[in-house]
Design a protein around this ligand. Structure first.
Ligand code: PEP
Ligand code: MG
Length: 754
């Protein structure tokens, strides 16, 4: 039978506000809180347990239990009823504590005489900071009113903990949040290292007055913010309603549904009526969503809960009158920390960023492409980083290892600085090589080019010593806009790029969308396997308007200079022939219109599907050059998704079957006298680059920072000797060349650049 006494959480909160306003140290505050709750709820026991670290909870204040057990009683997460509440982030309400699963007898507290037990997590935005417990001798289940009141009080305690209200001398240091070092091991999105200060993409909202004096006024604030939120969502939907499809629209529809969900709004209003400030009331709902998210395994439902979480963040920002950080007032050494970020938003921050750390993200995401273009380290899947990081925190980002040190110890910082110095020294050595040719000891001359995708990349061209741009990915200009870019704008951009490149050639790859690169304004079918689906040249040939427009822009942008264009993801001769024909017809039309034509035109194909390596001779006759898109080619060769963390590192590029396949492509191009290059990420990895050169590649295109290391290694190696190593490895039927290669380099004392 539940306790029937109705509890008015508003009265408790009013008293709590008065109590918190009184001066005192953290311990005194907590002691007053437990007394107040025990009186207000008529509980014989009220205790607060706070997290000492990620594993342990400590009894920090109690009314009713043995006072000597304060700061003595500790429980591991998951241990005892209190530990289970913290672990599951769920309340526990029982009439018979001693016989409830998980109960653990703690003799020093003297709690064995209390039968009924109610504990609620003290949590902020899904992060459990502690547990608030009440107990009574009489064996009864607590009423919903009591549970609710305790949850509301726990919200206030959580907010106060965030503000540092319980920090005090001695044992009360434990209540200090987000002050100590935090380490996260994520995944490498883009190599490089950076030191700087955190800029949160979505600033944390800290509420200084978690309890409101005037619920009506708070409700009015909430109402205004919800109206603004609904208008924002409607605007987003209307803006692109006709053109948008698939996932984007689904997300916005989910937003709209939640924003109009009466239950969601009503629960927030109820919390406000019980005395919470509007922001805290929203956070209370958000915490509940996040703990639900932890338990849901269905991916669709998780995504929708994520959407609701995003929506709550928007609502919080509207309530607090905050904008997303827009890159204007950020420090010079900013490291952006976000759950996830789109390419346009990331570009807005632009050059001000030294690094990016994401809690989610993927290596092939657009954000990763932008990070690559900005040449800044990117860490993805850095668990909990957005919860731990505070604006302005000192942070070290190691994009080579995929690790993040937040608020690091001095010794860690020192070691990190030393690493940066060493890398800087290496970079200086590479800079000295800038004007040297990439030539092996036995006189093989290799052309090293760079990959680019933004105007911002072009200044790297003279700096890194690349001989040209071997791959200019043109999709970013399409991805960062909400509508198709205008032909004149594209032509102007291509013109600026060619100007910046000067005498050096630039190979423009036509729009490569589909698979992971989805244009927000383009209707797309739902595809079961997008990487094998309607993408790149397939889209171009089926929607010729965009392809023609881009080719016109390229021709006009060339302004009489040489033009190099390549089509991505060609799987058979017919596709390439059709694309080439479209180019010719566009060229003829431009001539007819009196536009200046490029001085020379070279049209190539990217070889990214195994089928093209076995295309009829007519394909090799028809193309002016071939560029191996190793990222895609490798994923199709091994049937291993380049985006799937479970398999993407499973197969080595130096696997001899793959190398044999590449050799086959080299031979076919040689037989037809067609230039061949390699522009996947492997071209920028020194060992892989070395082997590609040994098997016949003479042109590699890579990110600018890789030119130095690759050149440095090539200049120390005799390709004849290396070919003998490869031949011996084949003789032995090795699966992979890497061990033999490393052994050979070791024996020669050649250090492979990082
Ligand atoms: C590739 O597939 O290797 C390539 C260069 O294209 P992208 O990485 O843009 O798909
Ligand atoms: Mg590709």
């Amino acid at each position: 039978m539940p306790f029937s006494k109705a509890v008015d959480s508003r009265i408790i909160l009013t008293r709590l506000r008065e109590t918190l306003a009184e001066p005192g140290e953290g311990q005194e505050r907590l002691d007053r809180i437990v007394r107040l709750i025990s009186n207000g709820i008529v509980a014989e026991v009220c205790s607060v347990y706070l997290k000492r670290d990620s594993d342990w909870l400590e009894l920090c204040a109690t009314q009713g239990l043995n006072p000597d057990s304060v700061h003595q009683t500790r429980l591991r997460l998951g241990q005892g009823l209190v530990g289970r509440i913290a672990e599951r982030a769920e309340p526990l309400n029982t009439a018979d504590a001693a016989h409830t699963t998980g109960f653990r007898f703690i003799p020093e507290t003297g709690e064995e005489v209390y039968s009924s037990f109610l504990g609620v997590p003290i949590q902020r935005l899904g992060e459990v900071l502690g547990v608030l417990v009440i107990q009574n001798r009489e064996a009864r289940v607590y009423s919903d009113d009591v549970v609710y009141a305790l949850e509301v009080v726990a919200m206030v305690i959580a907010e106060m903990a965030e503000l540092g209200a319980f920090i005090g001398p001695g044992p009360m240091q434990i209540a200090r949040q987000h002050q100590g070092p935090f380490f996260a091991r994520g995944l490498v999105g883009q190599e490089g290292v950076a030191i700087g200060h955190v800029v949160l993409h979505e600033p944390n909202i800290v509420v200084s007055q978690p309890i409101s004096e005037d619920p009506e006024q708070e409700c009015a604030r909430l109402k205004a913010a919800i109206e603004a939120l609904r208008a924002e969502v409607d605007e987003m939907l209307d803006a692109d309603y006709l053109t948008m499809s698939g996932e984007h629209r689904e997300v916005l529809h989910a937003y709209r549904m939640f924003a109009n969900d009466k239950g969601w709004v009503r629960r927030i209003e109820e919390s406000i009526q019980s005395g919470l400030a509007a922001e805290v009331a929203v956070e209370k709902e958000q915490s509940a969503t996040r703990s639900r998210m932890m338990r849901v395994s269905d991916p669709y439902l998780r995504e929708r809960l994520h959407d609701l979480d995003d929506l709550s963040n928007r609502l919080l920002r509207l309530l607090a009158g905050l904008d997303q950080n827009n890159g204007r007032d950020i420090p010079d050494d900013a490291i952006l920390v976000a759950r996830n970020i789109g390419p346009a938003e990331l570009l807005d921050y632009g050059r001000k960023l030294r690094g990016v750390v994401l809690e989610e993200g993927s290596v092939g995401s657009h954000a990763a492409i932008v990070a690559r273009a900005l040449a800044i380290p990117l860490i993805i899947h850095a668990d909990r980083i957005t919860r731990e990081a505070q604006n302005g925190d000192f942070i070290l980002v190691d994009g080579d290892q995929g690790t993040v040190h937040l608020r690091p110890e001095d010794t860690v910082t020192q070691a990190f600085r030393e690493k940066i110095e060493m890398l800087a020294e290496a970079q200086e050595e590479y800079a000295a090589l800038r004007d040297q040719v990439a030539e092996t000891l036995d006189g093989e001359r290799i052309c090293l080019q760079m990959n680019a995708g933004l105007m911002a990349d072009l200044p790297s061209l003279p700096k890194c010593g690349a001989e040209g741009v071997g791959l200019f990915r043109t999709e970013l200009q399409f991805l960062v806009r909400s509508t198709v870019p205008k032909r004149a704008d594209l032509a102007a951009l291509y013109d600026r790029i060619l100007n910046a490149a000067g005498e050096k050639p630039v190979v423009f790859r036509t729009l490569d969308i589909g698979s992971d690169k989805v244009l927000p304004y383009m209707k797309r079918p739902e595809e079961p396997n997008p990487a094998l689906g309607w993408r790149a040249i397939r889209v171009g040939l089926d929607r010729k308007g965009v392809m023609r427009m881009q080719l016109q822009a390229l021709i006009r942008g060339a302004k009489g200079r040489p033009l190099h264009v390549m089509f991505p993801f060609v799987a058979e001769t017919g596709e390439f022939a059709a694309a080439r024909e479209i180019f010719t017809s566009v060229l003829d039309r431009e001539a007819g219109l009196g536009h200046r034509l490029p001085s020379t035109v070279r049209i190539g194909a990217m070889l990214e599907t195994p089928s093209l390596a076995f295309a009829p001779d007519s394909f090799f006759e028809l193309t002016d050059f071939v560029s191996i898109g190793g990222n895609d080619l490798k994923q199709f060769f091994f049937a291993a998704d380049r985006e799937n963390e479970l398999v993407r590192r499973r197969y080595d590029t130096l696997n001899l079957s793959f190398l044999t396949f590449i050799e086959h492509i080299v031979k076919r191009c040689e037989a037809h006298g067609k230039p061949l290059s390699f522009c996947g990420e492997d071209a920028g990895r020194p060992l892989e680059a070395l082997v590609l050169v040994a098997i016949g590649l003479r042109n590699l295109s890579m990110r600018p920072a890789s030119i130095g290391p690759v050149k440095a290694l090539l200049r120390q190696v005799d390709l004849g000797e290396l070919r003998a190593v490869i031949a011996a490895s084949r003789e032995r039927c090795d699966a992979c060349l890497r061990p033999a290669l490393e052994e050979w380099l070791n024996a020669k004392g050649i250090v492979v650049p990082a």
